[in-house]
Write a protein that binds this ligand. Structure first.
Ligand code: TYC
Length: 102
């Protein structure tokens, strides 16, 4: 009755919203006790870095106190942090690894 819909109207499009999942930085922290070679080993083993890349990041952490070692989905970042913390603890090193939203 009101307009009887023979449908002569205005088409209004909405954009499908594709929201990318948040990413997380995995951070390695400096300390005075963990051996440099141990940190290099961790970066090679758990982050797939070459020896040269691993050495460079280790030195950055040593000099600056902290560095981002990678950026991952929440689940992958959490796994990396757990792997590093477990490995450091098993070897009785005080190395700290954390994650934060990008
Ligand atoms: N500062 C440590 C040392 O002099 C080396 C080190 C580097 C420790 C990086 C932790 O995340 C770290 N033996």
């Amino acid at each position: 009755d009101k307009d009887d819909d023979g449908d002569v109207g205005i088409a209004v499009k909405t954009r499908a919203r594709t929201k990318r999942p948040p990413l997380y930085k995995v951070l390695l922290l400096n300390d005075d006790y963990t051996p440099m070679e141990f940190v290099v080993l961790i970066l090679e083993r758990f982050f797939g870095l070459t020896h040269a890349q691993a050495f460079e990041i280790m030195l950055t952490v040593h000099k600056k106190g902290v560095a981002v070692v990678g950026v991952f989905s929440h689940e992958i970042a959490e796994t990396k942090v757990t792997q590093v913390m477990d490995f450091a603890r098993r070897h009785q090193h005080p190395l700290q690894c954390t994650m934060e939203k990008e």
